[in-house]
Write a protein that binds this ligand. Structure first.
Ligand SMILES: [Zn+2]
Length: 250
């Protein structure tokens, strides 16, 4: 992310439009926004692609953590109706951090991109399902959006690769995330996300056993409190002992 071409913008002006046009966003914003106690900085970046519209700041970068702020980068200022879900999604990530859910950073000295990727995957695997729970509670209908993403991955055959080492773990964690999200979003199996999961299972049987083991642990343990999420990370470190020393639970 190139911050030099981003600039700080006013939250009220940025969100005014979607607060008026999206009931779900208004619900979400009114009940959840006040939970973010850290300073929240909004940045706009024209070069940000829609699918990269991500929250930054207190992410898996321990250097930035110490600054204690949250920053969300958006593409459109003011935000448009079609941005409502994404903006709520990024706010929800910030709230989850404020609620004390642990997250994973790469070991402070580590700049290896596959380890940074691993930290992201460990975070996404749990945090994104938590985000979905918050958004569904506010009335967002997410099924179509997720189905489109899954369909896109199937069409582009963008389903993993012959991964090895850390990247293979990253892929397994992605699979676990798909299982968790699928359970939250769909009550039937007639959808593209279930098809994506079936495809992964068919193509990468080696990743499935450990993925299922993690998924079953998360299911029986639950993940609705910071302590439970910490237990999940500990369990994953037991399953993959090699990654304990590469990452830090924050
Ligand atoms: Zn997310």
């Amino acid at each position: 992310m190139d911050y030099l071409i981003s600039c700080s913008i006013c939250e009220e002006k940025l969100l005014q439009g979607i607060l008026g046009s999206s009931t779900e966003f208004k619900n979400f914003y009114e009940t959840e926004r006040s939970k973010i106690k850290s300073p929240l900085i909004w940045l706009q970046n024209d070069k940000l692609r829609q699918e990269d519209q991500i929250s930054q700041g207190r992410l898996a970068n321990l250097g930035e953590l110490s600054t204690g702020y949250v920053a969300i980068t958006v593409h459109n200022n003011p935000a448009e109706l079609s941005d409502a879900t994404t903006v709520a999604h990024e706010l929800a990530h910030a709230i989850i951090r404020e609620e004390g859910f642990p997250f994973i950073g790469p070991y402070p000295e580590c700049r290896d991109s596959s380890v940074i990727n691993l930290a992201f995957s460990l975070n996404n695997m749990i945090h994104d399902p938590l985000v979905i729970i918050k958004l569904l509670k506010s009335g967002f209908v997410l099924r179509e959006e997720y189905e489109n993403e899954c369909l896109d991955a199937i069409r582009k055959n963008n389903i993993g690769n012959k991964y090895s080492g850390i990247n293979s773990i990253v892929f397994t964690l992605f699979y676990v995330q798909q299982l968790l999200e699928n359970e939250l979003l769909f009550s039937d199996s007639e959808n593209h996300c279930t098809k994506l999961i079936e495809k992964i299972e068919e193509l990468y049987p080696a990743n499935i056993a450990k993925g299922k083991q993690i998924f079953e642990f998360i299911r029986s343990n639950g993940f609705n409190s910071p302590d439970k999420v910490r237990q999940i990370y500990e369990k994953i470190f037991d399953i993959y002992p090699g990654i304990r020393d590469l990452t830090v639970i924050c």
